[in-house]
Design a protein around this ligand. Structure first.
Ligand SMILES: *Cc1c(COP(=O)(O)O)cnc(C)c1O
Length: 338
């Protein structure tokens, strides 16, 4: 095996094993280990036709002590259960989810990047309806699968500010739709607007609320936050996916003596923020230097276009410090695997 750990991007790399569990006849079976990257299913599977699928994303980290750490994966288990309830998938019990994560990480230990490379092992659980239906109905058979791959930073430039654009021409999720759960359909709905942003030279799209276009919603596939007057502010909305990274940053901000507000954030408030960013497992924090709102003829600039602001940087360093085991885990977020 010859992996250039320091130059890994965020993409698919084949690893040794994945784990699978089938739901048939009303119950979950045993966890199976596979070395195939392929899955076989009926061509009428509901995941293929009606988007009956949910996924998760988390990371395993290697500490200076060489031990393996998992970050708040109980929260991923709970979120996948909420996604399952939202689109009538069979719910994966929390204990099965956790056992499967631990198993697949152990089986692929040699792919967990060494400490200090800035890389980690990305863990991707997937839950799909595999039973065939041609009428619009939930499947009666499901597959829960987890595969892993070593990844570097989500953006090649690393922890550097990006530019994003506001769009009013597309919505990612409807006001009472499925934006609050982690399902593939939301991503399908985002592809055109994100492709348009890329084509115009932006990292991603900043969505406004679908109903009135007055409030800030998701930032591409990540949550948005802004900082002003020693306050960490993040939008509250039914169409936003509750990010575990954002939840953790709110706790850290409070711990650093900041105020935290989770509430609707009017788009005009962009004028007032000192620092802004997007957050999620893949990139942790993506600082934002510029937000272009072409339809409102506005450009919002935040600090230095080459460097993240001081509070964003401090939050980022504290969070990755805890994840890699370099900083004391006083909130009990990290599980060290034996
Ligand atoms: C997964 C996801 C996030 C980030 O959630 P984390 O738990 O922090 O990884 C944010 N927004 C959307 C739409 C997502 O799917």
């Amino acid at each position: 095996m010859n992996i250039d750990w320091k130059n890994l991007g965020f993409g698919i790399t084949k690893t040794d094993y994945n784990v699978r569990c089938y739901y048939r006849d009303g119950k979950w079976g045993e966890i199976e280990v596979s070395s195939s990257e392929e899955i076989t299913m009926h061509m009428g599977a509901t995941c293929l036709h009606y988007g009956q699928e949910s996924f998760e994303g988390l990371k395993a980290y290697r500490g200076t002590d060489n031990r393996i750490r998992l970050f708040r994966y109980d929260e991923n288990a709970k979120r996948m259960a909420r996604s399952a309830q939202g689109i009538l998938l069979a719910e994966v019990p929390e204990s099965l989810f956790q056992e499967a994560v631990e198993k697949v990480v152990h089986l692929n230990e040699r792919f967990i990047p060494p400490h200090g490379t800035g890389a980690s092992l990305y863990v991707r659980p997937l839950l799909i309806g595999t039973g065939p239906q041609v009428g619009v109905k939930p499947a009666n058979e499901f597959l829960f699968i987890i595969f892993v791959m070593p990844v570097g930073p989500y953006f090649k430039a690393g922890f550097k500010p990006v530019d994003v654009m506001i769009t009013r021409k597309h919505d990612r999720a409807a006001p009472l739709g499925t934006g609050h759960i982690k399902v593939g359909g939301n991503y399908a709905a985002s592809l055109t607007s994100v492709a348009e942003a890329h084509q115009k030279g932006f990292a991603t799209t900043l969505y406004l609320d679908a109903k009135e276009k007055k409030f800030i919603d998701e930032c591409g596939p990540a949550n948005f936050f802004g900082i002003k007057d020693n306050t960490y502010i993040t939008p509250e909305s039914h169409s936003i996916l509750p990010s575990i990274t954002n939840m953790s940053l709110m706790t850290l901000a409070e711990d650093m003596g900041m105020k935290v507000e989770k509430r609707p954030v009017p788009v005009e408030e962009l004028e007032e923020f000192e620092e802004v960013g997007a957050c999620g497992t893949a990139a942790v924090i993506t600082p934002i230097a510029k937000i272009v709102d072409a339809e409102a003829d506005k450009i919002h600039l935040f600090g230095d276009s080459n460097n993240a602001g001081p509070i964003t940087t401090k939050l980022y360093e504290r969070l990755i410090g805890i994840q890699y085991g370099d900083i004391e885990d006083k909130f009990g977020w990290v599980t060290v695997l034996d």
